[in-house]
Design a protein around this ligand. Sequence first.
Ligand SMILES: Cc1ncc(C[n+]2csc(CCOP(=O)(O)OP(=O)(O)O)c2C)c(N)n1
Ligand SMILES: [Mg+2]
Length: 613
Amino acid sequence: MEARTFAVPRPCGRDGMSNRTKPSYPDTEIARLDRPVPAGVNAPAFGSDVVADALRATDIPYIALNPGASYRGLHDSLVNYLGNEQPQMLLCLHEESAVAIAHGYAKVTGKAMAAAVHSNVGLMHATMAFFNAWCDRMPMLVLGATGPVDAMKRRPWIDWIHTARDQGALVRGYTKWDDQPASPAAAREAILRATWIANTAPRGPTYINLDAGMQEAKLPEPVAPIETSRYMPPAVGVPPAGLLARAAELLRKAKSPLVLSGRVSRSEEAWAQRVSLAEKLGARVITDLKVATSFPTDHPLHVGAPGTIGTSPDALQAIQQADVILSLDWLDLAGAFKQAGNISGQVIQISVDHQLHNGWSMDYQALPPVDVLLACEPDVAVPLLIEALGSVTPRKPEPCPHPLPQLSGEKLTVDHMADALRRAVGSRSVSLTHVSLSWNGASWPFRHPLDYLGSDGGGGVGGGPGISVGAALALKGSGRLPVAVCGDGDFLMGVTALWTAAHYKIPVLFVVANNRSFFNDELHQERVARMRGRPVENRWVGQKISEPDIDLAAMARAQGATAFGPVTAVGDLPGVFEKAIAAVEAGALAVVDVRVEPGYAPVMTAAMTRKSD
Ligand SMILES: Cc1ncc(C[n+]2csc(CCOP(=O)(O)OP(=O)(O)O)c2C)c(N)n1
Ligand SMILES: [Mg+2]
């Protein structure tokens, strides 16, 4: 990163920017929006100006926010001191979508974007999105604020209700680090530290609570400049040679090695290295829909189709039969072993995730048995393993089949929807930014690290729309078509994220797998009814979203989207998808409401409805 200094007087506003400070936007169309009149401010004069300067120094291009008086000082600095450039504000209608947008952006870039939320109430709205990002190990920098910490400076009533002691406690259990700096210089340091910590593996959200009094106070004197890049040194761990050699030895001798390919980066190079490693070993590979794609899912070594809940019988068998299991930071290794039953293989784990585990959240999952731990990121270890392996005679396992789902009957199912969508996108490069719980992993092969960006992380329904808008923001101009497949429940909970995409001209196609139900929980009620010998026919009560049916297309149109549907016939899908894709390619946000029959992929249904575990 280019070294930047602080407190250097410089002209502000688009025209007055010197080349050195001119922001380089990833997207010029967005940069033209929401331009303030030049304020002529060219030197930091208030606490929040120093905060704004620090934000710019992080190279974070956008700050998704919902406004509030607790950070009106910072808001002014972003608009009138920085000229609403680097970071540029992205207004959101709900704090949950502001944070979800930052989450989605990180899923593509691997880097933190910023979000800002107002005092305790805005933070309360944002909490689930923090949790989703935390569980998904995605970096982001969230700025919050509190009414003046100095009670003498509080306005009556509102500043008192919006001031809480230890506001960060609301999110501390699922945030990597938080702070409440007491001076502008401390705030600058906190921003650099928070960005550094968020972007360092294991990644996660960080939160800084800015005292309104500190933001609004005049600077008594300039804050001395610092060279910011020296405060955010890249932290990359490398495994010790001895452990690497042991892991390589185990893999070399293995008769039926298996790679559980989990949380890795979006790097094309690292993707190719994983394929090389698997091919060199002749190892079978399993992936999962809970996290972004990490291996070509129709490769002859890839076992079955990726799933979310419930692993395919073929994958379970591969785990049972493996004599050496290489986990590339697999999410829930112990859970996979528990599902498979008898595990006899030796286990190599490549992960730094243990560094993040805390006493509040159990998202670290059960403790897996591990024979060799390489405590680094899989991207770092894989090329080292390839090197340490030297030449090996690869095993030649039978190629794994990857059949597409069988389509049957007249009724429009999720598989019909996916099939028509896949045909409609044809040879375009598509990024699935999200998939519904009803999505069948067999219906869509992934062949590039950006083909599928993973799930919401924390199982927080409502994350899909915001995450997808954030991912689409990061993909804008990349030539890839962002496609978000959301359940109707997920879409409805997060629907106001769409306005941000419409306003900032972020093209993305939303396809709603609308089964008019919180169907996941119908299956839970069915399971309970079976366990208790009660009527399964009642599973829909308190779950169905109908009478009235909600006009999802109208909700999208009302926010500026081009919308289609409800589509109720299989034969109408190709034409509608063609039009919707054309709209997105012309720069629009498009939404297609597809009325699907309730139902999940067979593996998932079996896992959810069996009588007991
Ligand atoms: C915030 C939140 N509320 C409730 C749940 C419980 N829950 C899990 S899945 C689900 C249904 C989601 O509905 P939809 O997105 O339409 O997907 P479907 O199961 O119908 O395919 C619910 C309510 C949750 N995980 N998160
Ligand atoms: Mg539903």
